[in-house]
Write a protein of this length. Structure first.
Length: 293
């Protein structure tokens, strides 16, 4: 059975076909321009490669609560032309197949949960540190959400007194994304993260902010594991620093699994999102649903 996957990002859409095991067979990249132009390319690809169902993980914010009128929409995004766009409606109209609809970070979390760094546990926190910071929480196999999806990349953390950078988040300034995202690093140190590898003070600061997030997620969600992905996390030296800072910040207040197993790097890398989309599309077929979130 052939299934489809759409990982919708602010700069590009990655579309793929694969099977119910999450195996990716083929994929293409389409630049994110206008909704009409971008989605014309997306639907053309799937008309050339018919699939039984599609999983979509989209940039956002998006509406994921089926009881609300913004379900299936990209809502108040700063991406020009995409605000209040009925993404799910467009796909269902043009392809007329079952569609699983959720956030881009949730599909990557699900891929890791099933086949990556979280495949042997029940409860997972996954977050990505890149152009932005987003987080997904899976509890007993289900995405945690309420009125809407989580925005745990924007949690408020302690701004270190030695760090005089104001933060890049236009909404909160020095939230987690404002202080620890890729753009925050680049603006603070006047160079992209990839060019800062040999500056230990950069990564000690970054690790402290990420460790604060790990403490907050631990105390809020009590996961079995925390998995971290994203472009900034290609700096492998971050992980021992994060684990050390996490242990110190938590202060033995509560027990966690061994920190080496508890805080891990993503395993599926760039395939996590498409893999999660395929597996979620398969869920629709298995359960007989036409839409999921």
């Amino acid at each position: 059975m052939q299934l489809g996957a759409i990982e919708a990002g602010g700069t590009k859409f990655v579309c793929g076909i694969g099977d119910e095991t999450g195996q990716i067979i083929e994929q293409i990249r389409i630049p994110t321009t206008t909704p009409t132009e971008t989605l014309a390319g997306v639907t053309a690809f799937f008309k050339q490669h018919p699939v039984a169902a599609i999983g979509i993980g989209s940039f956002g914010p998006i509406g994921v609560n089926a009881k609300h009128r913004d379900f299936g929409y990209i809502t108040n995004t700063p991406k020009a032309g995409w605000e209040n766009f009925n993404f799910l409606g467009y796909i269902r109209t043009h392809l007329n197949i079952p569609v699983y609809w959720t956030t881009d970070v949730n599909v990557a979390a699900y891929g890791e949960y099933q086949l990556g760094a979280g495949k042997d546990i029940d409860n997972l926190v996954y977050f990505t540190v890149g152009t932005g910071i987003g987080a997904g929480v899976i509890y007993q196999g289900k995405f945690l959400r309420g009125f809407n999806h989580l925005e745990a990349g924007h949690i408020l953390i302690k701004h270190l007194p030695t760090d005089h950078f104001a933060g890049v988040c236009p909404y909160h300034a020095d939230c987690l994304e404002g202080l620890a995202s890729g753009p925050a690093l680049e603006q603070r140190f006047n160079a992209p993260a990839a060019e800062l590898a040999n500056r230990p003070e950069v990564w000690q600061l970054e690790a402290t902010y990420i460790a604060q997030a790990c403490v907050n997620y631990t105390l809020s969600y009590s996961p079995d594991r925390i998995v971290i992905g994203g472009g900034v996390m290609h700096q492998e030296q971050l992980f021992p620093l994060i684990r050390e800072a996490f242990t110190n910040l938590l202060g033995h207040y509560t027990e966690t699994p061994d920190v080496m197993n508890y805080i891990q790097r993503i395993k599926l890398n760039d395939d996590a999102g498409l893999t999660g989309c395929l597996l979620l599309a398969n869920e629709l077929i298995v359960t007989g649903q036409t839409v999921g979130s």
